[in-house]
Design a protein. Structure first.
Length: 550
């Protein structure tokens, strides 16, 4: 008996994907600048970059490898192929030297392992990322790391430890006034309290997150918050409300292509139907979830689907039920091994000290601790002596020269960008700035489009459908007309405006925090903004700010 025929489609592999995979295979064999450039150009064509990354034979091979392998990892994570994302990110990791890029790579590895259900490895890399972000003093990055750690403890079924991380993350995200991050952490808190069987508190956090997502206009994440609310309703023994909530969430997640959360909803719906003794319908939902999670490589959620399938089929098809139960037991043993439990317990034991250390970094340091550290530092300096001084001077001189060269190159790129994109991405563009060779009607169309996009950016969100609606066009009509005039997709056109506005804010308001720049450019996640900025300009916002201050 098959329950999911026609309901779950296998992952489609496009010709572009096959081409990219072929290029990666060739690069792994040859590792030449020519193949690297072709691969990165292909990513640029998929809107991973705006400004091309180019290598010559003079570039160090490690630099070429680091860039190709890191962006290969980003590409595979974006496609939800988490095992391949891990493989390429691990190759890139030892070649990373910039602290921000190293932290990003560690985080990418951690969340990929988390998606794969390997909590041992996820915790190991998330911990390193957290320590680096804590050392940087960037509160927004610290709150992001805390969110990742709490997600790992939730997956490892240790909600008491996850609670400490998520509550601290909520506190920090409120300090920096990041509503996007706050919504994510509130949703994570809902999952924590659901595991702690405090579903009244779980529902309260999920509702807070849901309201924030609606204000931010993040449709896909609204579906996630509905799923979290459904979990709380299930815990509160309100199956009818839970089922209705899931029926709202599932179409949103299907439209968004969020296979991870969609599979979770399928598992939830299967559990509700199983409780109502509707075994055949329940098996259908569990089988959809099983196919999704086995394709994603998410062993934890796959195990839930297998357990549900074995229970649903017990009376319908005992032989299949037994085979699913055997697979479930194998997965369960591999997920919750002894080593994982020991590792997470060690991290938990360190949390109290780490939290105190983080708070001390945010507040005035204890005078006695400062004196002790100063004495220790003085002794180290005495022992290091002349060798340290010589090394430091040489290194400083070399870094200064490199930074000056990088700034000169960045200024040239900036001037080129202003010249190349002035007609389409000025943050205050008017009808007078649009190409005079266009007809009056086309100029008015572009001017009106840019005005609407800038208005939406000021409101904190940009939506192609809303832009088209304000122009009294269907989304498809809007796409065709904009592409015909600008040779750009709406997504790339909007991205260009966002990036030019970001550069404008960084130039004119150098003391503005990067998180605030991100919000004003329509990004509620600082890490997403940093990635987009680096793809577009080849440098992170923080690096650009630091360079301007030299």
């Amino acid at each position: 008996m098959v329950f999911a025929i026609g309901l779950v489609k296998p992952t489609q592999v496009s010709a572009d994907d096959l081409h990219l995979e072929r290029l990666l295979k060739v690069f792994d064999e040859q590792q030449t600048a020519e193949v690297a450039n072709e691969f990165l150009d292909s990513l640029k064509g998929r809107a991973f970059f705006k400004i091309p990354i180019r290598f010559t034979g003079e570039h160090a091979k490690d630099t070429v490898r680091q860039q190709v392998w890191y962006w290969a990892a980003e590409y595979y994570y974006d496609r939800q192929h988490y095992d391949q994302a891990v493989s390429y990110a691990l190759r890139s990791l030892p070649l990373q030297h910039n602290k921000t890029e190293l932290s990003d790579c560690l985080n990418l590895i951690a969340i990929s392992y988390l998606r794969l259900g390997d909590y041992h490895e996820a915790a190991r890399y998330a911990k390193r990322c957290y320590e680096m972000d804590k050392e940087s003093g960037d509160i927004d990055r610290v709150s992001s790391s805390l969110n990742t750690l709490s997600a790992i403890y939730i997956g490892a079924r240790q909600p008491s430890e996850a609670e400490k991380y998520v509550l601290r993350g909520i506190e920090l995200s409120r300090q920096v006034d990041n509503p996007g991050r706050l919504a994510i952490l509130l949703g994570k808190a809902s999952e924590v309290y659901h595991q702690l069987a405090d579903d009244s508190k779980s529902l309260d956090y999920a509702r807070q997150a849901y309201q924030l997502e609606r204000q931010l206009g993040r449709e896909e994440r609204i579906g996630i918050r509905l799923s979290q609310m459904a979990s709380a309703y299930i815990g509160l023994k309100q199956p009818t409300i839970a089922r209705d909530t899931l029926r709202k969430a599932i179409p949103i997640l299907e439209a968004a292509g969020n296979r991870q959360q969609l599979g979770i909803c399928y598992n939830q719906m299967g559990g509700l139907l199983l409780g109502e003794k509707k075994q055949s319908e329940a098996a259908g939902y569990f089988e959809r979830a099983y196919l999704l999670f086995s394709n994603l490589g998410d062993r934890y959620n796959e195990s839930i689907a297998l357990n549900g399938l074995s229970k649903s089929l017990r009376d319908i098809d005992p032989a299949r039920a037994m085979s699913f139960m055997e697979r479930y037991n194998e997965l369960k043993d591999s997920i919750y091994d002894r080593e994982t439990g020991q590792l997470l317990s060690e991290y938990a034991a360190q949390y109290g000290y780490e939290q105190l250390q983080l708070e001390n970094q945010m507040a005035q340091r204890d005078v006695r601790s400062v004196v002790i550290v100063a004495i220790g530092g003085f002794l180290v300096i005495l022992l290091a002596g002349i060798l340290f001084t010589i090394y430091h001077r040489r290194r400083t001189q070399r870094l200064h020269v490199e930074m000056e060269q990088r700034l000169d190159a960045l200024k040239q790129d900036y001037d080129q960008l202003n010249s190349q994109y002035a007609n389409i991405i000025s943050p205050k563009v008017s009808s007078d700035d649009v190409d005079e060779n266009l007809s009056d009607e086309d100029r008015q169309f572009l001017s009106r489009t840019i005005s609407i996009i800038n208005k939406q950016l000021d409101e904190g969100h940009v939506n192609v459908d809303d832009v088209a609606s304000e122009l009294c066009l269907s989304t498809s009509q809007f796409r065709r007309r904009l592409s015909a005039l600008t040779k750009e997709t709406p997504k790339n056109y909007i991205q260009a405006i966002r990036m030019q506005k970001a550069l404008h804010l960084l130039d004119t308001q150098p003391t503005m925090p990067v998180a605030e720049v991100a919000l004003q450019c329509g990004y509620d996640e600082n890490t997403n903004f940093t990635r987009a900025f680096k793809r577009f300009y080849g440098i992170t916002p923080s690096e650009y700010q630091s360079g301007r201050r030299l």
